[in-house]
Design a protein around this ligand. Structure first.
Ligand code: UGA
Length: 431
C-alpha cells in the first residue's frame, strides 16, 4: 500500500519505518525541513534504539522516503496517517492546532479517494472534526479511521512490530479487511470498534497505567511506615492475573510526554461534559507529590541542604531515552538548587536536553556517574539506567563526603548495599 505519514515524532517515524518494513511504500512527511534533511542523511531526529539502521535499510530498499511537501505526498498515497503532536494547552486540554492544520492541507491536496488514519492521541470527537475540516476543502470521497498508538519510547520498534493489540475505530465496515491487511504480521489481535470508542481507549489505557503507578507509590509510602516491602507486595499482587504484574514499580512517579499530558486531557474531556474525574485527579496529585519524597529523605539524612553537594544520577523520565519532557528530575533538581545545594548531574544521554531546558550556576555537569558522586554528601538515583546497577558501591562510598544513597527507583538489593558503609534509602522498602 502507499502511505503518507504526517509528523516524524516518535509515533510518526516509528510507524512509518515499521509499515515500510512490512512491505508498504511510505513517505514520512514533516513541515520541519531540517528534520527532513537529517532524515535524508539517515539521521533520526528522535533517539530510539535501532531506528537509524531500519531507516537506512528501508530507504536503500526503496520503500521509505522523506518529504517536506505534504500536498505532493498526500497525492501519491492511498492512506494518509496523521501522527502530529497534540501537546497540552495551559488548562490541560489537548492542543489540536497541528491536527486541524494538517487536516485542512490534506483536504486541499486531495485529487481522489483517501483513507485518513489518525494515530495521534486525540480527544473523543476529534476524528469527526477532522472529517468536517477535510470536507470543507474537498469534494473527493474519503474515510476517517482512528488507530491510536500504544508504543513506548525506548522500545518503540518492538512495541509497533509486536503490539499486544491494535485498535481500529471506523464507521465504514468495508474498510475492515484493508485495515487487517495493513497490520498483517504485527498481530492478529485487531480490535475493531467505533471511532469514539477507539479515541477513548487510548486515553483510558494511559490513565489506567498512570493509576497503577500512583497506586503502588501510595502503597510504597504506607509500606515505609508499617515496615512492609513494596517490591514484595507488588510481586504478590501481580500474581493475580486480574491485577497483572506490570506497572507496579514504585518510584518517584511517572513523567514523559504522554502520561502527564493524557491524564490532564482526560480530566478536561470529562470536565467538558460536567463530569469530575475524581480518581484521575488524585492520580495526578499523588504523582506531583511523589518526586518530593527524594527531598524529604535528603532532609532526614542531612538536615539542611544549604552548602550540601548532591549527586544526581539520571535525568531522563525513564531509561533508554534522551527525553526529559515532564521528567521528575527537573523539579527535584530545581528544589535542590532553591535549597542552596550544589548539584552534580549525570545522565548517559539526556544531559544535553536537560541542560537546554534548565541550567544554573549551582549545577555541575558530569561525564561519569563516579564523577557526580565524588565529594558528594548524597547521591539521588532518579532514572533506572542499567549503568547504575553495575556501579562499584564500595568505591562509591569511599569517594563521597557523606555516604547517603537515595535510590528513587529501587535499583539495589539489600545484599548489594550490605558492608558498603552507605546509608541507603529506597522507596517503600525497609531500610
Ligand atoms: C506510555 C505508554 O506506556 C504507551 O503505551 C503509550 O503509547 C505512550 O505512553 C503514549 O501515549 O505515547 P512512555 O511514556 O513511552 O509510554 O513510557 P512508559 O514506559 O509507559 O513509562 C512512563 C513513566 O512511568 C516513566 O516515567 C516510568 O518511569 C514510569 N513508570 C512506569 C513507573 O514509575 N513505574 C512503573 O511500574 C512503570
Amino acid at each position: 500500500m502507499k502511505l503518507a505519514v504526517i509528523g516524524t515524532g516518535y509515533v510518526g517515524l516509528v510507524s512509518g519505518v515499521c509499515f515500510a518494513l512490512n512491505g508498504n511504500q511510505v513517505i514520512c512527511v514533516d513541515k520541519d525541513a531540517e528534520k527532513i534533511s537529517k532524515l535524508n542523511q539517515m539521521e533520526s531526529p528522535i533517539y530510539e534504539p535501532g531506528i537509524e539502521a531500519l531507516i537506512e535499510m528501508n530507504t536503500q530498499e526503496g520503500r521509505l522516503s522523506f518529504s517536506a511537501d505534504l500536498r505532493d505526498s498526500v497525492r501519491r498515497s492511498d492512506i494518509v496517517i496523521l501522527a502530529v503532536g497534540t501537546p497540552s494547552l495551559p488548562g490541560g486540554e489537548a492542543d489540536l492546532r497541528y491536527i486541524e492544520g494538517a487536516a485542512a492541507e490534506i483536504g486541499q491536496a486531495m485529487e481522489g479517494y483517501k483513507i485518513i488514519m489518525t494515530k495521534s492521541t486525540v480527544p473523543v470527537g476529534t476524528n469527526e472534526k477532522i472529517r468536517q475540516i477535510i470536507s470543507t476543502h474537498t469534494r473527493h470521497p474519503f474515510d476517517v479511521v482512528s488507530a491510536p498508538e500504544f508504543l513506548r519510547e525506548g522500545s518503540a520498534i518492538q512495541d509497533t512490530l509486536h503490539p499486544d493489540r491494535i485498535i481500529v475505530g471506523l464507521d465504514n465496515p468495508a474498510l475492515e479487511p484493508l485495515m487487517r491487511e495493513l497490520h498483517q504480521g504485527f498481530t492478529d489481535n485487531i480490535f475493531v470498534t467505533d471511532i469514539r470508542s477507539a479515541e477513548m481507549i487510548k486515553y483510558a489505557s494511559n490513565a489506567f497505567l498512570a493509576t497503577k503507578i500512583s497506586f503502588i507509590n501510595e502503597i510504597a509510602n504506607i509500606c515505609e511506615k508499617v515496615g512492609a516491602d513494596v517490591t514484595e507486595v507488588a510481586q504478590g499482587m501481580g500474581m493475580d492475573r486480574r491485577i497483572g504484574s506490570s506497572f507496579l514499580q514504585a518510584g518517584i512517579g511517572y513523567g514523559g510526554s504522554c502520561f502527564p499530558k493524557d491524564t490532564n486531557a482526560l480530566i478536561q474531556i470529562a470536565g467538558n461534559v460536567d463530569y469530575e474525574f475524581k480518581l484521575l485527579e488524585s492520580v495526578v496529585e499523588v504523582n506531583k507529590g511523589q518526586r518530593f519524597m527524594i527531598i524529604s529523605k535528603l532532609h532526614e539524612s542531612l538536615g539542611s541542604l544549604r552548602g550540601a553537594v548532591i549527586g544526581v544520577w539520571g535525568l531522563a523520565f525513564k531509561p533508554n531515552t534522551d527525553d526529559v519532557r515532564e521528567a521528575p528530575a527537573r523539579e527535584i533538581v530545581e528544589a535542590l538548587v532553591a535549597e542552596g545545594a550544589t548539584v552534580k548531574l549525570y545522565d548517559p544521554i539526556a544531559a544535553d536536553n536537560f541542560r537546554q531546558q534548565y541550567d544554573h550556576p549551582q549545577l555541575r555537569w558530569c561525564g561519569l556517574p563516579e564523577e557526580a558522586a565524588a565529594g558528594s554528601d548524597a547521591i539521588c538515583l532518579l532514572t533506572d539506567w542499567s549503568v547504575f546497577k553495575d556501579i562499584d558501591l564500595h568505591g562509591l562510598a569511599e569517594s563521597m563526603r557523606r555516604q547517603v544513597l537515595i535510590d528513587g527507583r529501587n535499583v539495589y538489593s539489600k545484599e548489594q548495599i550490605e558492608g558498603t558503609g552507605l546509608e541507603y534509602h529506597s522507596v517503600g522498602r525497609p531500610q
